[in-house]
Design a protein around this ligand. Sequence first.
Ligand code: SF4
Length: 265
Amino acid sequence: MAGVTATSLRPSETELGRKRRARRIGRLLTETHPDAHCELDHANPLELAVATILSAQCTDKRVNEVTPKLFARYPTAADYAGADRTELEELIRPTGFFRNKTDSLIKLGRALVERYDGQVPGRLADLVTLPGIGRKTANVILGNAFDVPGITVDTHFQRLVRRWGWTTETDPVKIEHAIGALFEKRDWTMLSHRIIFHGRRVCHARKPACGACTLAALCPSYGTGPTEPAVAVKLLKGPRARDLAAAAGVDPGLVPTQAVVAEVP
Ligand code: SF4
């Protein structure tokens, strides 16, 4: 099947077997990443919508460095609608693609003022009609600002669910539906955060830390990255790198400081 590695498929696995294995992985992810959350700082739906637009092709950390000043300067949709383009561009420049993003923010502000009384709507069907907001962003907003369960199919999510053989779909909407069928709706938002956390800290696109991964026994793609624990621990990332190693049964003392201080992508 196109784009799916032979190792990620379990041809003999029944649908029920796949669902059970998926849920076991889901439970392990809950234990592995108790700190999983939306990594974009925000205090309301508008701030999350803006932060999500800025996060395209940019790390969440960089976005979070820019947004305190931005949110203070533009607290309402009307503020974005009437923004001075040059000033807004300067504020968001560090996030990259700042001209396109400025355009999206001003158009978003105008659409919210014109069609939704300045408020971010809480329905998928409405959200996806807004400038700069696609289905992925809409699900992030629903799940984290409105408590409506949503699955966020970003690049990490796509890579990991395919490595786990949860689906062979390649289209993000089809992936969203396939994974939605494996889990209770109420778990969708947190499951998305945990999968994305795992993708950023352990199961990287290049060189996943298989030898220091809590999911090794359940993962058909085990071996995609180094399996030797002493090598794998160096690939872990972030302040909890030592906890992640310990959770996988690997001596946390093997984790170099470099991994602990490494910026999570
Ligand atoms: S790091 Fe390796 S074992 Fe862990 S989930 Fe990714 S591919 Fe599977």
